[in-house]
Each structure stands twice: as structure tokens, then as C-alpha cells.
Design a protein around this ligand. Structure first.
Ligand SMILES: Cc1ncc(COP(=O)(O)O)c(C=O)c1O
Length: 419
């Protein structure tokens, strides 16, 4: 098949372990993420102001070029006006944590809608939440703190762009810089929380810290639930390609499909930057394994060196395979979408939004990867476009447009918060 991307270096590692060998609930997975807990998350999140299902777009030009029946693109850019899917995770965890705090104090668990209405500020305003972020998760936590009424301190590492810091601060959070990379910021947030009695709302789980990240990942599951409702009744994609940082998003979606559809689940592939490939390395080693490289990828949201332990418990046998892709290929995919090059309507997709799509495009036109992933002209491929132009300056540079044209008001600093 004719290549779609010129930057065609990639790696595909089929999962060396047996894939989805039995029921989802085995091996403690149901205690991590479950459809029952997703029901709770759906009930709360869908009651928040500004909740709408995000659009599921059919990119028919792209599907034709890739030689498949359909390419469906779930566009998470507009989610709660925050620019990415992350609002479903961090903010849901903040809301859940505040619910528990109120319940401990008053004996009654409030709804998150009551928290948002400000009825319980007398309890919640004494609580401080904190986390490390490379942008999107911190924005979600800051938005959650503002929406549900508590204080917020966010840790960023040196290479988090000013645009992303400003967007967090716009929700009233204090932003603090930490030397080193994302994983060091995670450690610093944990340390400060311990010293000050704050609550860590992390999107990654580690030894001894697993409760909150479960809420984060459970909130992400709503994306797949929406997709299922948006598809023609009773149908499923044949393939899912999704990007991974610590693996929380990929695990959240994978668990939904595995528990609900069992052996009929779509083939499931996870894509990472080759400069931050802890998921592929973990699959190759057969256990959680860190990538100690510089992690200096343009895909800021995926620049993670360590997998989330809980996420790995799902992906270990839930994913069919793991891809790595280059920054150059991701940038090319961003331009292809921005310009509607295959005849589809233009899509605004940020750097971390396109890794899954990039892996799919590369696999679809590579004879061996096409065969390994069983892509063919009947395939219906689901892509999760996890962010829009979350930093319009960076986005504009990559797609070759003035930032002002991407988001009017951004470059002149007139925006209070990113919409
Ligand atoms: C836009 C975007 N996509 C994907 C991811 C990956 O999510 P996870 O770290 O849960 O794997 C992130 C993480 O921050 C992100 O910001």
C-alpha cells in the first residue's frame, strides 16, 4: 500500500503474553476498574455543568487511504472546555475525594452536584489537593478544585511550557516548578503532601498509592461508554489504537471492552513515543520497567518513564500489542489532520492526541504490521483524539500557522482560561 506518512520509522511489539486469556474479573482486575464503578462515575460526571458527549467523527478519506472500512475519531478536545479527555479523570478524583471528606465529617455523602453548587465549602475549603503534571492532568485537577471547592498546588517540571502553566493557574491553582522530569515532579508532590497534610491526586499509581488513581482511570472509562452509545446498535470497532503515557487511559478503556465484551473485544493496541516507551519496555520485560531516557518528546502528555502499576495490571494481558512512534511522524499526522489532507474536515489534534492514529497509519501501510494487526478492508478502527490544541503556541508552530489563528486571543494573552 502507498505510504501515508513519510516519517515511517516505528516499532510494533505483539504482546508476548497470552492476550485476554480469560474473564476480565480474574487476577484482581475487577477491584481496580469495573463496569459497576463506571456506573457511579457516569452518574456523577454527567451531572456536572458543561457535560456533553464528545463527537465521534468518521474520517472517511483517511480510512480509504489506509485501506480500511472506517476510521472513527473520538474528539476529546472540547471536553468540559479543558482541551483534553483529562477532565474525566483528575476532576472526578477530586470530587470523589471531597465527597469522602464531607461524609467522614457529617456522616452523609453529598453528590458532586451539591459540591459544585458550593453547599459544602465550609468543609472542603480546608482541603488542599496536589499533583505533578506535564500539563493536562494538572489542568483537570485545578479545574476540579475550583469547581468543587478546595485549594490546589500543582508541580511541573522544567520543560512544561508556559502556556500549559498559565492554563493551570487560570483556575486559581498555585503552580510550582521542580527540577528534573515528570517522575521527579511526582515524587516531589508526594513528599510535599506528606509534609503538609495535603491530598495527592495523581494519575499514576505506585506501591502504596492506588485509591485515587482508580477514580482517575474509572472516569476515563466514560469515553468508551459514550463511543458504544454512539455506534450503530450492537456494533463494535474491530481495532482500537490508543496512546499511552503511564497507561491509565489505555487501561481505563481496555477494561471496559474486556469486561463488557470478553472474547468479542476489539484488537487493542497502545502507542507511545519512542523517546518515552515504558509500556512497550514493560511488555518486553514481562514486568513494570522504567524508561530512564531523557523523555524529551514533543508529545508532552506521553513523556512518562514509569508505568502506573494498576494500569499495568490491566494492560499486561489486555493489550494485543505495543507501538513506538517518532516525534516527526506525530507532527506529520497533526498537519495531515489540521489540513484535512485526505479530504476529511480539518481536525485540531495536539501533540499527544495523535500517537494512536500515527501507529495505525504506519501499520496500515506496512505489509508485515498490517498482517500482524489483522488490518484489512473490513476493519473499523477507533482512534481516541485525546487533546485539542492544549498549548496553541506549540500547536501553531508544528502545523505552521499563527497561534492567533488557532485560538483567537491566545497570543495576545487576552484569554483567562483555555476554552
Ligand atoms: C493528551 C493526552 N493523551 C494521552 C495521555 C496518556 O494518558 P496516560 O498517562 O493515562 O496513559 C495523556 C496524559 O497526560 C494526555 O495528556
Amino acid at each position: 500500500m502507498t505510504k501515508i506518512l513519510h516519517n515511517d520509522r516505528f516499532r510494533l511489539l505483539p504482546n508476548p503474553k497470552p492476550v485476554r486469556p480469560g474473564p476480565y474479573a480474574e487476577n484482581g482486575r475487577a477491584e481496580i476498574l469495573s463496569l459497576a464503578e463506571l456506573d457511579r462515575a457516569r452518574e456523577e460526571i454527567s451531572s456536572w455543568p458543561g457535560y456533553h458527549r464528545t463527537e465521534l467523527r468518521s474520517l472517511d478519506g483517511l480510512a480509504a487511504a489506509a485501506g480500511v472500512r472506517k476510521t472513527l475519531y473520538k474528539d476529546e478536545g472540547p471536553r468540559f472546555g479543558l482541551g483534553s479527555f483529562k477532565a474525566l479523570g483528575g476532576a472526578y478524583a477530586v470530587a470523589s475525594l471531597l465527597q469522602s471528606a464531607v461524609e467522614a465529617k457529617t456522616g452523609k455523602r453529598p453528590t458532586t452536584a451539591a459540591l459544585a453548587a458550593g453547599d459544602l465549602r465550609s468543609v472542603t475549603s480546608a482541603i488542599t489537593v496536589t499533583c505533578a503534571t506535564d500539563g493536562n492532568h494538572g489542568r483537570s485537577v485545578a479545574w476540579g478544585a475550583k469547581t468543587f471547592g478546595c485549594r490546589c498546588v500543582i508541580y511541573v517540571h522544567a520543560t512544561v511550557s508556559q502556556g500549559r502553566r498559565d492554563a493551570i493557574a487560570a483556575y486559581g491553582a498555585e503552580v510550582r516548578e521542580v527540577p528534573g522530569n515528570y517522575d521527579e515532579a511526582v515524587r516531589q508532590a508526594a513528599h510535599e503532601a506528606e509534609a503538609n497534610g495535603w491530598q495527592v491526586v495523581s494519575d499514576t499509581s505506585y506501591e502504596g498509592y492506588t485509591d485515587i488513581p482508580r477514580y482517575v482511570m474509572q472516569g476515563y472509562g466514560l469515553i468508551m461508554d459514550e463511543v458504544y452509545e454512539q455506534l450503530p446498535a450492537g456494533t463494535l470497532p474491530t481495532h482500537v489504537f490508543v496512546q499511552g503515557g503511564v497507561g491509565g487511559l489505555a487501561a481505563g478503556l481496555c477494561s471496559y471492552l474486556w469486561e463488557r465484551f470478553g472474547a468479542a473485544s476489539p484488537a487493542y493496541y497502545v502507542a507511545e513515543p519512542e523517546k518515552a516507551q515504558c509500556l512497550l519496555m514493560s511488555a518486553e520485560a514481562g514486568q513494570p520497567t522504567a524508561d530512564h531516557g531523557a523523555l524529551d518528546t514533543i508529545m508532552a502528555g506521553l513523556a512518562c518513564g514509569e508505568v502506573s502499576l494498576l494500569a499495568w495490571s490491566v494492560l499486561d494481558q489486555g493489550a494485543d500489542g505495543f507501538f513506538t512512534i517518532t516525534d516527526e511522524a506525530a507532527a506529520e499526522t497533526m498537519r495531515l489532520l489540521a489540513n484535512g489532507e485526505m479530504g476529511d474536515a480539518p481536525v485540531v489534534a495536539g501533540e499527544s492526541a495523535v500517537a494512536g492514529l500515527t501507529a495505525f497509519l504506519l501499520a496500515s501501510t506496512d505489509t508485515s504490521a498490517r498482517a500482524l494487526t489483522a488490518l484489512n478492508e473490513d476493519s473499523v478502527v477507533l482512534i481516541i483524539g485525546t487533546e485539542g490544541a492544549t498549548d496553541p503556541t506549540v500547536y501553531a508552530e508544528i502545523v505552521g500557522r499563527p497561534a492567533e489563528s488557532v485560538l483567537p486571543g491566545w497570543a495576545s494573552g487576552k484569554l483567562e482560561a483555555v476554552q
